[in-house]
Write a protein that binds this ligand. Structure first.
Ligand SMILES: [Zn+2]
Length: 68
């Protein structure tokens, strides 16, 4: 089974990040807080490859893999 496609870059979402606060990006002078979402209501899932927000995505809605 193929992974769902990312709505931003079109590539398969083989790794999704749970980023409630975003990430820190090096700017050359220091780190700047970056976020994939412009809202504060729900923590976004983010596609690892393009860091685009996956608003409608939840990994537990896809497939049947269960952690032991
Ligand atoms: Zn993407």
């Amino acid at each position: 089974m193929d992974a769902p496609r990312c709505p931003h870059c079109g590539e398969p979402v083989t790794r999704a990040l749970d980023l409630p606060y975003g990430w820190w990006e090096w700017t050359g002078d220091g780190y700047r807080l970056t976020t994939a979402s412009d809202r504060v209501d729900v923590s976004p899932w983010v596609h690892w490859d393009c860091m685009g927000e996956l608003r409608q995505f939840h990994p537990q809605d896809v497939g049947t893999y269960q952690m032991r």
